[in-house]
Design a protein around this ligand. Structure first.
Ligand code: 7TS
Length: 404
């Protein structure tokens, strides 16, 4: 049986999305900026996709949703343009973010540090999130931007975005959230949550790869990252990628329709898998309280089992999973998110991320439980270190928000 449990990396494109996209490759293919009928033929579909985006996140029609090539572009755009608009040509010099953002935020922040910007990387607590009061305490008069993810890609843990948004509003600081792992997985309602900028990516919710979007609150100006032909009202130049825009709109519409029901169905499978692994194996730990996690994600550590070895065994069983960690050899890095929440070094080398989707079936979960347990037994039997590091059940793991 083939089982794909790496949906936080990317998802299968929903067949209904493929179907919606198809006419825009070879039938309605004109450049939407052209004035003739071949160009204008795509306009209704673009308008529909934009409306689907607004509805999905409950944005006001005064706000902007601008399509980008991916969320990496959206994140780069916000950070670099705030640097240009508020720091290079303004009086501020400080950005607040967290230690566990996606590399598209962290590497951009490192680049900005090289340009002289002061960046604070907030530590996370034992649940892998930053508390709102911590954010408040690091905002200064020099802070131009707070950039904090809505949900983490490795743990699925959900940050207190509503509270952080209120704090930023009160302090008059711009607030950006990378919502790539939240949109389409949990409700994202911008009529109640204050954010100035929000990044999204279609391929995380069963849309195509190579298309993302940036939400921009009505009053916010943002210098373009891409200058050119004044597409998208001059905010982001480049010929509109019509099939992908249509696909993103369709995908977000499907993902956010009856989202509570979809969440419950995925969570039921995730919980069954997690419960089975926690009760069927000794010395395994999962990160973060389920109640505050995206419904599809498990980050599990298995003492004595190198992450890469485990991935290899799962791969041989036709199960696709992932790990931010590598194997326990010294020259390979431990899972930085696990280290950030206080896991010990050995444990941080064993993290395996299992991420489900609405297409995951019960039969697949049964199969994964069986193969996961046999892989752990096999790898522990040949592990030279497991006998030595053996059971500290509870111990440091329990203290850092890791459950067993
Ligand atoms: N932000 C977050 C939180 C992400 O999880 C990812 C991709 C991105 C941004 C980048 O999105 P893209 O549209 O540029 O692809 N995350 C992952 C992951 O967790 N494993 O592989 C890709």
């Amino acid at each position: 049986m083939n089982v794909y449990l790496d949906n936080n990396a990317t998802t299968m494109v929903d067949p209904a999305v493929v179907e919606a996209m198809m006419p825009f490759f070879s039938e309605i293919y004109g450049n939407p900026s052209s004035l003739h009928r071949y160009g204008t033929a795509s306009h209704p579909a673009i308008t529909k996709a934009i409306n689907q985006m607004y509805k999905a996140i409950n944005a006001s029609d005064k706000d902007d949703v601008v399509f980008t090539s991916c969320a990496t572009e959206a994140n780069n755009w916000v950070l670099k343009s705030v640097w240009i608009d508020k720091i290079l040509h303004g009086e501020k010099n400080h950005i607040v973010t967290t230690e566990i953002e996606h590399p598209s935020v962290l590497s951009t922040c490192k680049f900005l540090e090289d340009q002289g910007v002061k960046v604070t990387y907030l530590p996370v607590n034992d649940q892998g999130i930053v508390e709102a009061h911590t954010v408040r305490s690091f905002i200064t008069e020099k802070t131009a931007l707070v950039s904090i993810m809505w949900a983490n890609n490795e743990t699925g843990m959900i940050f207190p975005i509503q509270e952080i948004g209120e704090i930023c509003k009160e302090k008059g600081v711009l607030f950006h959230t990378d919502a790539v792992q939240a949109v389409g997985k949990i409700p994202v309602d911008l009529s109640v949550v204050h954010v100035d900028f929000l990044s999204m990516s279609a391929h995380k919710f069963h849309g195509p790869k190579g298309i993302g979007a940036l939400y921009i609150r009505e009053s916010q100006k943002l210098t373009p990252l891409l200058h050119g032909g004044e597409h998208m009202g001059g905010r982001r130049s480049g010929t509109l990628n019509v099939p992908y825009i249509v696909g993103m709109g369709k995908a977000i519409e499907i993902a956010t329709e009856n989202i509570e029901e979809k969440m419950a169905a995925i969570a039921a499978k995730r919980d069954r898998l997690e419960d089975a692994l926690l009760s069927g194996l000794t010395d395994v730990f999962t990160v973060g309280d389920r109640a505050n996690r995206t419904p599809n994600t498990i980050l599990i550590s298995i003492r004595g089992v190198e992450g890469e070895g485990m991935l290899w065994d799962l791969n041989n069983a036709l199960i696709g999973a992932s790990t931010g960690s590598a194997c326990a050899s010294e020259d390979l890095e431990a899972n930085s998110v696990m280290l950030a929440i206080g896991a010990d070094n050995e444990l941080a080398h064993t993290g395996i991320r299992l991420s489900l989707s609405r297409f995951t079936t019960d039969a697949e979960i049964d199969y994964v439980i069986e193969r996961f347990e046999s892989a752990v037994s096999r790898l522990r039997a040949i592990s030279s270190s497991y006998a030595i590091v053996q059971p500290t059940a509870g111990g440091a793991a329990a203290e850092c928000g890791i459950h067993h």
